[in-house]
Write a protein that binds this ligand. Sequence first.
Ligand code: ACO
Length: 434
Amino acid sequence: MSENISKKAFLEIDGKRIELPVLTASDGSQSVDVSKLYDSHGITTFDPSLNSTSICQSAITYIDGDKGTLCYRGIPIEQFDRPRPNFIEVSYLLIFGTLPTRQELTDFRNRLTSHELLHEGLRRQFGDVPPKSPPMAILSAMFSQLACYHEKFLPLGDEELFVEAATRLISKARTIAAYAYRRSQGLPFTYPDPALLYCANFLHLMFSIPYQQYIIGEEIESAMNLVLILHADHEQNCSTTAVRTVGSAKANLFAACAAGVSALWGPLHGGANVEVMKMLEKIYSGGMTAEDCIAAAKDKTNPFKLFGFGHRVYKNYDPRAKILQAAAERVFAQLRTNDPLLDIARKLEELTLKDSYFIDRKLYPNVDFYSGILLRAIGIPTNMFTVIFALGRLPGWIAQWKELHDSPSQKIMRPRQIYTGGIQKNYVPIEKRG
Ligand code: ACO
């Protein structure tokens, strides 16, 4: 992004004309730079959900919401689908900015493998969490706790320490996620297998039991890779903004990513994939029809949302939804199975495409609409869907945290407010308050 010196924006207030610089992004879109507005003129801008606010300059991920395109480091997301998707290669690309050479990929993989075990102290803590604990709560808590066991890597400003922390986090997150699931099922913990690649190792950690190795089909491993890739980054979404906000206080990588997990958990964000599944299951079990579901979503007196639809940035198809739908169909064909929920999802989508409520508001399926169906085909239980999203998003959070810290101009994030409460009231002692 560069300042367009031939272009200025002007703000007129109380008869005063204020000149503001205009920044231009790679795609030509423009942003009025108000960063000095408060210091120079004591004026703030008001944008409570940050809908019209760019919070940073970033070269990681690009979205064209009108066209429905998504690129990682300039490469369209569709190019990561075939022939064999590779999540670790994409993670490297996002974090370090270029595709790895063979040697770099091998080194990165070796680092991940060497960090796959959890400290025994951390592993034992799984035994103390209540068995039915939400896996997202465990994931967030365990990310924070990595700081207790790997304190050496917390200092900022050293590239090697960063790589050590980042690879530990990516590798251990997989083990933590699988252990959260096994705890919820009362299953014994399986140790990671260093002979397996990242996604295969995750499936092994989830589904192998002592003395009975889970057999990982190639199509299932590819599907798992694809799911993680499609979730790997999505520019300044809610959880990434949480990571950047926490990181801007110079908090360590583990703490910042734990905040990301907490934000992602919400049903309006990553938690939507669980809500989609509940909705499809309710229709399948006869609790409501697809038409009832659409009517409820349109009813402004009903808080119900059509989960998996709508997006702050996409005003067209979310390209990830298209890829996931096709991948689900591919996996069912390969496994020679079907899932009635896929037919219900297709029907819901068809109904929305004919309905002016959805057409006028440009509400299309987002990443969460079809991801659950594919995850079910892989054998992932519903309570793990958002955890899988977090595993996928982790390299994106790490890349954004790194970009933030590499930027010399970055300051602590500290927004302003429009105060609407009373001013200069008097304290009333309790005995006089009635
Ligand atoms: N069902 C019904 N109506 C919807 C939906 C939906 N899923 N999404 C948006 N709308 C309506 C809103 O009610 C609003 O209607 P109005 O203009 O009559 O008031 C209009 O569409 C615009 O919606 P906003 O709420 O202003 O859109 P916003 O950008 O704030 O929210 C969000 C985006 C949170 C994703 C929203 O579309 C939503 O709640 N979707 C369902 C939850 C979901 O799928 N979240 C996952 C998003 S992807 C991700 O985070 C990974």
